[in-house]
Design a protein around this ligand. Structure first.
Ligand code: C2E
Ligand code: CA
Ligand code: CA
Length: 273
């Protein structure tokens, strides 16, 4: 296993800058307007021998070895180039979200990387969103480095990914420099355990209300079926992302996939009226 890991690390190092990384995009849909709110960029590795690899099989390795900083730069460039490309084709994706790992925040020069990437692509800062985990956002705060606050001043949107899985949670939420939270799909998955007591919807509702109270947008992630979508709507979440609406797809399929996803949303809404 050690041997294999070393090989993979070596291959990943070689792969960077060689057009082996690709981005898939998963649309996020606005529940108030019923429109496309944005799309999250999710990295894939087109490995010459192993085929298309999902991030779970190489992002942790990239984080441990520091390669994530270079990988993250490449992802930023690709995502912003894609926004520009969609714009030119007449398809407007309001905002593209990029996942940023703690190491990039921690002295990886994230602010400079973002500013340079925006300049290179000629895309406005307001078209970019960075997703960070609670742990990363808190660490940034405690160090007093405020990279996230700086990014927000630039006009980049900051969202808290996998909300509800870390420690920061409610107590720190109002102190963090974030515009949005993405509720982890664990809230939905645990359905059977507390759904029986009506607990699931109560928690969803409470978090959505909390978000409103402190002026933070709430996205529900990992919505896979119509019951979950109905719950998320009832809870008052602002937007939704998940397999029910749309799977992550290559850039050229995003427009069609988003159209189908919006139709699903419309149908579920109509059936509840
Ligand atoms: P994440 O940021 O929480 O991204 C969402 C993941 O959940 C994606 O997996 C997506 O395919 C999956 N997902 C979306 N909707 C559903 C659903 O309805 N049901 C279920 N079961 N899953 C759903 P993916 O693409 O494999 O990405 C996994 C993780 O890899 C991401 O989790 C993120 O933490 C990390 N990642 C992806 N791209 C990047 C990147 O460019 N940089 C960094 N640092 N991390 C990345
Ligand atoms: Ca994410
Ligand atoms: Ca997430």
């Amino acid at each position: 296993r050690v041997q294999e890991r070393l090989e993979l690390e070596d291959e990943l190092r070689q792969a960077l800058g060689k057009e082996q990384l690709a981005l898939y995009f998963q649309p996020r849909v606005d529940l108030r307007t019923g429109r496309l709110a944005g799309a999250e960029a999710l990295v894939r590795w087109r490995h010459p021998e192993r085929g298309l690899l999902s991030p779970d099989s190489f992002v942790p390795l990239a984080e441990e070895t520091g390669l994530i900083v270079a990988l993250g730069r490449e992802v930023l460039d690709m995502a912003l180039a894609q926004v520009e490309c969609w714009d030119r084709s007449g398809f407007v994706v309001p905002r593209v979200a990029v996942n940023v790992s703690p190491l990039q925040l921690r002295g990886g020069g994230l602010f400079e990387d973002v500013r340079n990437a925006l300049r290179r692509a000629g895309v406005a800062a307001s078209r970019l969103e960075v997703e960070v985990t609670e742990t990363a956002a808190l660490a940034d705060r405690h160090r007093g480095s405020d990279v996230l606050a700086e990014l927000r001043r630039l006009g980049v949107k900051v969202s808290l990914d996998d909300f509800g899985t870390g420690y920061a949670s409610l107590a720190h939420l109002h102190e963090l420099p974030v515009d949005a939270i993405k509720l982890d799909r664990a809230f939905l998955e645990q359905a059977p355990e507390y759904a029986a007591r009506g607990g699931e919807l109560a928690i969803l509702k409470a978090v959505a209300a909390l978000g409103k109270a402190i002026g933070v947008e709430v996205t529900a992630e990992g919505v896979e079926n119509e019951e979950q979508l109905a719950q998320v709507i009832e809870a008052g979440c602002d937007s939704v992302q998940g397999f029910l609406v749309c799977q992550p797809v290559p850039p050229m399929l995003v427009q069609d996939a988003a159209r189908r996803g919006l139709a699903v949303l419309e149908r579920v809404r109509a059936s509840r009226r």
